[in-house]
Design a protein around this ligand. Sequence first.
Ligand SMILES: Nc1ncnc2c1ncn2[C@@H]1O[C@H](COP(=O)(O)OP(=O)(O)O)[C@@H](O)[C@H]1O
Length: 289
Amino acid sequence: MACSLICPLVVVPQAKPSTGRPPSLFPNSHAFSSLSLSLRLSHRKDLLRHRHRSLRKQVLATAKAEETEPLKIMISGAPASGKGTQCELITKNYKLVHIAAGDLLRSEIAAGTENGKLAKEFMDKGQLVPNKIVVMMVKERLMQPDSQRYGWLLDGYPRSLSQATALKEFGFEPDIFILLEVPEEILVERVVGRRMDPVTGKIYHLKYSPPETEEIAARLTQRFDDTVEKVKLRLQTHRQNVEAVLSLYKDITVKINGAAPKEEVFAQIDKLLSEFLEQKKSTLGTVAR
Ligand SMILES: Nc1ncnc2c1ncn2[C@@H]1O[C@H](COP(=O)(O)OP(=O)(O)O)[C@@H](O)[C@H]1O
């Protein structure tokens, strides 16, 4: 590239030795040839200026596309590791589209679809729902215009190497993979006390984050798979798969202690994401300059 821009400029007029030929038909041939040379040089310069301008335009356009390319994050962790809470805080602060595989499946169940019926059989056993249901469901959600435009926060997917590979093949690659780590004893206690307000969708914990009023307390519901037996099965499934998924994203994985209070966990995630965005901006600044 550097050569195609610079080499043509190295046109040095050389004094020619006498050839002994008859005088030229053009008595002013010297003036003529230097005029023609300077015309050729100025044409070259125009051409180069034009090429340089269009190259610069291309670089700036690429930088701009990357600058406007939204954030793409995956978040993983065992059941009740706090993904839901952190996802709420992340989406609020970074305006990303939250895509939770478990929520997508629960909507299928609620809508009574064939996929929903099949998915429930696996969810009841704390097992992974077959890829033929989950993969397309997540892919379609990621392809929606809002996810493409604002960026996404993918929660609970991928949970196996094959899910991760499928997504990669569709061209979806995250910028960062966050793993929330929490000891198992804490997880079981969190799951069993977890309740949801069906009116607001807010998640409570009977001991650690109890409902504000008696009225709310009376209407709280428990997820069908939030029982001691089922959470143990879900934890086992998580343990079996997490390492394989991590192997695909090891270069962009950040492990965060999810046993800390939720504000502290978010402070760490917030720092991570804002530093990532800053770094991306300064890299682009260097390219565009
Ligand atoms: N990516 C996925 N692949 C297969 N099954 C999934 C996936 N995500 C969720 N599920 C099913 O939905 C259940 C609930 O998932 P989720 O709502 O993320 O809660 P948790 O992470 O607490 O188990 C899982 O136990 C599993 O059966």
